[in-house]
Design a protein around this ligand. Structure first.
Ligand SMILES: [Zn+2]
Length: 320
């Protein structure tokens, strides 16, 4: 049977009808409306359209934020005014379908585990490099959520004691050394310093402010300063992965998000920093590092499959 996945982002809501192989059969997309009520209405309308004429096993909704372990209540969402919002119950009452709510990074990680870069392993960690750093952990074929559902916030693991201030209120989080925003900070520091940062300084003088696209263009052109900024980013991520490796011992780290398009240029410094910082190096089996495969669809494909997993768990427990 098919399932529906919905991914509520800061700028758009994406939805898809997804089959058991993770293939998308039908897609929808609308700009994210400004209020929580309008977002709920938009999700209901999208699911109704996608479900037309189909038997639906379940609906999975992914959003940024803290979601409870029962996949039903949004404790807190950074982009939407949800605080302890019983979103699962509200949608179920209107749609009369099995619904689960999950964190967007968890949905993306689950999609990679089931259908993408992680399909051949049992234990993987995914880091999604966007403006911030999203995380997902799969251990022994199961998505790790933590006791309250707010686990795997890998971007807020402390990397540097008393380091750069983070939006979460702490200092020195991985997100401050491994995100798209961190890459821009490194690029601006190199531009300020001159030398290999000269091309970055010239670009900044032309446009007024460096953007992710500016840095990406210069990386593609082989500019030394931009490549140095990318290596700095990889170094931070690799150090974070080493700590995660010591705890979780995954067979695979998957790196996703826009910056991951740099491919091997990013993976190489991550691998090097990982090995440099891995405890008991030489005696510890070494994991693989790979770029995510489901670039744009991971959120909806993962959300749909998480809905299917939940629906089957419910069916199994009803039989017992
Ligand atoms: Zn933080």
């Amino acid at each position: 049977m098919h399932a529906i996945g919905i991914d509520i982002g800061g700028t758009k809501i994406a939805g898809a009808l997804v089959d058991e192989e993770g293939d998308i059969l039908r897609e929808a997309r609308v700009p994210t409306p400004p209020t929580a009520q309008l977002i709920e209405d938009a999700v209901v309308a999208m699911v109704t359209d996608l479900a037309m004429g189909e038997a639906i096993e379940g609906v999975g909704v992914a959003a940024a934020g803290f979601i409870d372990a029962a996949q039903s209540t949004v404790y807190y969402a950074p982009n939407i005014s949800w605080r302890n919002e019983p979103f699962q119950a509200r949608l179920a009452a209107r749609l009369h379908l099995p619904i689960v709510i999950d964190n967007d990074a968890n949905a993306a990680g689950w999609a990679e585990f089931r259908f993408g870069a992680g399909r051949l392993v049992s234990d993987m960690v995914m880091l999604t490099i966007g403006t911030g750093v999203g995380g997902a952990i799969v251990t022994e074929d199961r998505l790790f959520r933590g006791g309250f559902g707010a686990g795997a916030e890998l971007g807020h693991m402390r990397l540097v004691p008393d380091g750069h201030p983070c939006g979460c209120g702490q200092h020195g989080c991985l997100e401050q050394y491994g995100s798209g925003r961190a890459l821009l900070r490194f690029a601006n520091e190199l531009a300020d310093a001159g030398g290999i940062g000269q091309a970055l300084a010239d670009r900044r003088a032309l446009t007024g402010e460096l953007t992710g696209n500016d840095v990406a263009d210069l990386i593609i052109a082989g500019d030394g300063g931009s490549l140095a900024a990318l290596r700095q980013l990889g170094h931070g991520l690799g150090q974070g992965c080493a700590s995660l490796g010591a705890i979780l011992d995954p067979q695979l780290f998957v790196i996703g998000g826009g910056v991951a398009q740099a491919g091997e240029l990013l993976l190489e410094p991550i691998r090097n920093a990982y090995l440099e910082h891995l405890p008991a190096r030489g005696y510890h089996p070494e994991p693989e590092f790979r770029i995510a495969e489901l670039v744009n669809n991971a959120g909806v494909v993962g959300a749909a499959d998480l809905a299917r997993v939940a629906a089957r768990r419910t069916a199994d427990s009803a039989q017992l």
